[in-house]
Ligand binder design. Structure first.
Ligand code: OAK
Length: 689
């Protein structure tokens, strides 16, 4: 089910799997989108988006509709406060739209245990008693739109009303169900935090603390401070990005229009927060930067942090950056709330399912115990100098490469040799991830080979997979350039097959299962500080690719595990990047003019070297030179070229490369999501198996 965009969604899937496997009672809530993330086709080098009608003709055989768990969700209308018979002010809600939230449950099955957890996907329907309010097809369609389609933006935020409705619809339905099921145990509502934890996975469900307050106060009659106390103890929040363009901020007028009662509650939370902080003598600048409602906007991350007891980042560096920069003011107010939970991956999917031959080779070397206890992989270290074992693993990789080579030929018509280095960058297309840096290097290799066809290099196949958000113009231009570069290079006989470029359309989890085990090089080249964690980096490591990386996200922790000799690191670190921000001293045109190699590579975007891409080439040239290269590609370029030359040299020594590869696999156990989820359960949720 493509019910997510990129790393954030796949991580949620991993956590659901790990919760069931480690035996924790953990349940997911999501939206039963009719259409998941778009299917990508490449036509004339351009991305074309097609609908992902994943229900097909047979529907989803794994789901069960649960009519007895239907709840209603109210939107729009007017709310005013009126005194009841005891003089207590109660909200009166008039003219609201009432929608039915219908749950479809999808079992989440643990690995070789008897645990089944539940992923509840919410669909929307018009309640029978309100049918008359929807006399036209158009009015019915507006309701259906709520669960029609997943927004295809990754790490980017669009302030669209329908999106707010989607977020609230799912969050309210989920929270109502949680309260009802808790109350069935006959326990007092004000102690719900002792039995229940609600985790806010990025800010998309960050309306949760306010909605929980509404339910506790309005629907169940708790007084404000009792309700607030239990809300904060129930809620916790994970931040998945430091990019400011991804932080959700709703226009206050829009929010008030869609959720009039929740808006009042948000205002009350905000007022009380400001009063409490002022009373504690907190600096007014800090209060202003951390409050929820300001400048006509509702800051959702602020609501999640104030309304919960825990805030975590998803890799060590990311959490440090949250504390010292992005969320620094909050860190001053609530240091005890901050903690790190480095991401992980489901080893079962990325070894046993995606890499069966590799899994068999591991069995033959250390036995089968690693299949249920991934930490057994460490035993592979003992074979780092065993030539028979290294040879076996080498052939397993060759087999995976052959499988991918066949797929490449069938889908693109391009022939690639398995003797070449398979150099892979697969992830969402985003400027900060710097696919363009990879492209600059490919152009350099191409120009070098044109100058000197006898250049001594190990043949290289550069493999890309990436979806661009449909409205992200620059990202789409990069896709077009990659495809045109591929056309230029793949059919030029003078290159003697030393260079190939392949863009595989419709990158998704299934394709990842084919591509990742076949990779020799894992490109993790985001600008230091920008990639919160990354998780494909872990999947590549676990299947024996060598990581070529900047010191960003979880790359740093991968380096710590494998050691400097078994990874290739290059480029600016986070301090160098921040130093440029502080000094405002980066000048891309200067770098370009001072370095003839860079100049030649960058000029090839505008001088006709890459055919059929004049507009895209100009856009990229301008991003780099006129708009001052926001992600410092040009400064990192020489170090990247050097790192790539190191890869070339290392690969020539098959024994050494195989040793590095084996040590990567052996140390990858650190990144199992089973352990990540155990840390969430023990340190944040206080959850028992
Ligand atoms: C998407 C939309 C809004 C905010 C964050 C994202 C997102 O996908 N973040 C990604 O989360 C992954 C899981 O934690 C991380 O590995 C990626 O680095 C991060 O970009």
């Amino acid at each position: 089910m493509a019910l997510g965009n990129g790393g954030l969604g796949r991580l949620a899937a991993a956590f659901m799997d790990s919760l069931a496997t480690t035996g924790y009672p953990g349940f997911g809530n999501g939206i039963r989108y009719q259409y998941g993330l778009f299917k990508q086709r490449i036509v004339d080098g351009y991305q074309v988006e097609l609908p992902d009608s994943w229900f097909g003709s047979i529907g989803n055989v794994w789901e069960t509709r649960k009519d007895h768990n239907i709840v209603d969700v109210k939107l729009f209308g007017d709310v005013y406060l009126s005194a009841d018979e005891n003089g207590k002010l109660v909200p009166v809600y008039e003219g609201a739209q009432v929608l039915r939230a219908v749950p479809y449950d999808v079992p989440q099955i643990g690995f070789e245990n008897d645990n089944i957890n539940n992923l509840r996907l919410w669909d929307v329907e018009i309640p029978e008693e309100y049918e008359l309010y929807y006399p036209t097809l158009e009015s019915r369609r507006r309701v259906e739109d709520i669960t029609a389609i997943l927004y295809p933006d990754d790490s980017n935020y669009e302030g669209k009303q329908l999106r707010l409705v989607q977020e609230y619809f799912m969050t309210s339905a989920g929270l109502q169900t949680i309260i009802k099921s808790y109350l069935k145990q006959g326990l007092p509502l004000e102690q719900i935090h002792e039995k229940v934890s609600v985790h806010i996975n990025d800010t998309h469900p960050a309306v949760a603390p306010a909605e929980f307050m509404r339910l506790l106060v309005d629907d169940y009659g708790l007084d404000w401070s009792t309700a607030w106390n239990t809300t904060v103890k129930t809620m916790s929040y994970t931040n998945h990005t430091i990019l400011s363009e991804a932080l959700e901020k709703w226009d206050a007028e829009l929010f008030k229009h869609v959720l009039p009662r929740v808006y009042q509650i948000v205002l009350e939370i905000d007022n009380r927060f400001v009063a409490e902080m002022a009373q504690k003598g907190i600096d007014s600048g800090v209060i202003n930067r951390t409050r929820i409602v300001k400048d006509g906007q509702i800051h959702m991350a602020n609501l999640a942090i104030i309304g919960g007891h825990s805030v975590n980042g998803v890799a060590k560096l990311h959490t440090e950056l949250l504390k010292e920069d992005t969320l620094h003011d909050f860190y001053l107010l609530y240091p005890e709330k901050f903690n790190n939970k480095t991401n992980g991956i489901v080893q079962r999917r990325w070894t046993q399912i995606a890499a069966p031959e590799l899994s068999k080779a591991i069995d033959e070397t250390i036995g089968e115990a690693w299949r249920s206890d991934i930490h057994e992989l460490q035993k592979l270290k003992a074979y780092a100098d065993d030539t028979t074992v290294l040879d076996n693993f080498y052939h397993v990789k060759q087999e995976a490469k052959a499988k991918l080579a066949r797929y490449i030929f069938e889908t693109t018509g391009v022939e690639v040799s398995t003797e070449a280095i398979f150099d892979v960058q697969v992830k969402r297309l985003h400027a900060y991830k710097r696919q363009l840096l990879n492209v600059l290097h490919i152009i350099k290799l191409y120009l070098d080979l044109k100058d000197n066809p006898d250049k001594d290099m190990v043949p290289r196949v550069f493999i890309f997979g990436a979806k661009a958000a449909p409205g992200y113009h620059f990202a789409k231009s990069v896709i077009k350039i990659i495809n045109e570069l591929a056309n230029l290079i793949n059919y030029d006989d003078s290159l003697q097959g030393k260079l190939k470029v392949v863009f595989l359309e419709n990158y998704n989890v299934s394709l990842a299962e084919l591509i990742i085990p076949a990779a020799n090089v894992s490109e993790q080249i985001s600008l230091a500080s920008k990639e919160a964690s990354g998780t494909s980096n872990m999947k590549f490591m676990m299947t024996g690719a060598i990581t070529l990386a900047t010191l960003d996200g979880a790359n740093i922790e991968i380096k710590d595990e494998v050691g400097d000799d078994n990874i290739v690191i290059f480029g600016m670190d986070k301090d160098a990047v921040y130093a440029h921000y502080a000094a405002h001293d980066y000048y891309a045109r200067g770098v370009y003019e001072a370095n003839p190699v860079i100049k030649r590579v960058v000029d090839s975007f505008i001088n006709g070297t890459i055919p059929n891409s004049q507009a895209e080439g100009t856009e990229i040239y301008e991003a780099l030179i006129t708009h001052n290269d926001e992600y410092f590609l040009l400064e990192d370029f020489p170090a990247y070229v050097e790192a790539q030359e190191k890869i070339d040299q290392l690969y020539r020594n098959r024994a050494q490369w195989s040793r590095m590869s084996l040590l990567n696999i052996a140390n990858s156990d650190k990144f199992t999501s089973d352990d990540t989820i155990t840390e969430y359960a023990e340190e944040i949720w206080n959850l028992k198996k």
